[in-house]
Design a protein around this ligand. Structure first.
Ligand code: 5GP
Length: 189
């Protein structure tokens, strides 16, 4: 998506070869018009596929995912993070390794809001190593719901997330795909 690529070029900050800060329009301050255009593009791509719910991981996935859910007219499920494992029989639970924080956390989903009749589109801001998305898929599949695919704003294609997900048969649709980056440059695929 040209608009997003331009915005990343002007307002994104590559902290190093691995981490891109997009705090001024996605993660901290949100540009609502851009967010809506991005969400509409993801919704248009997955439209007509029988999607019953959108799922995202708190917290930076919530804004794009909410707008995709609005565009497709289906509810949004927020997969919640918990610092440590407290067993709860009302929740599906799984462990995730966080790329940015270099820690483990527990991801949870209430059994109340998902069933085997659901067909779920996962939406997130970034795809890097694919750990968050893989955990989300694991969690959703515990309910025997099916996965429609993964809609991503920014994919860092030099990291192995897409490969990992495609190897599991998951379709990945990303609006901007970064081939490589460094302190003063960002190049797209
Ligand atoms: P993964 O599990 O694919 O390695 O990482 C996905 C999650 O880590 C995303 O939900 C996002 O919140 C965070 N993340 C990964 N890479 C970046 C990055 O370069 N910049 C920012 N702001 N977040 C990132």
């Amino acid at each position: 998506m040209k608009l997003l690529e331009e915005k990343i070029k002007t307002d994104g900050v590559a902290l190093n070869e691995h981490i891109l800060k997009v705090d001024s329009f996605i993660n901290h301050q949100i540009d609502p018009m851009l967010m809506q255009e991005m969400a509409n593009e993801i919704a248009a791509h997955f439209k007509g596929r029988g999607i019953t719910k959108i799922a995202t991981i708190e917290s930076s996935g919530i804004a794009p995912a909410l707008m995709v859910s609005l565009a497709l007219g289906v509810p949004l499920l927020i997969l919640k993070k918990q610092p440590s494992k407290i067993l709860n029989q009302d929740l599906y639970q799984t462990v995730v390794t966080s790329f940015t924080k270099e820690t483990n956390y527990e991801l949870t989903l209430s059994k109340k809001y998902i069933s085997q009749n659901d067909h779920v589109l996962i939406v997130d801001d970034f795809l890097a190593n694919g750990e968050a998305a893989t955990a989300a898929i694991r969690l959703i599949r515990m309910s025997y719901a099916t996965i429609a695919g993964l809609g991503i704003l920014i994919e860092k294609s030099f990291q192995p997330g897409r490969e990992k997900l495609e190897a599991q048969g998951i379709e990945v649709y990303a609006l901007a795909r970064i081939g490589n980056m460094g302190e003063n440059f960002i190049s797209f695929i």
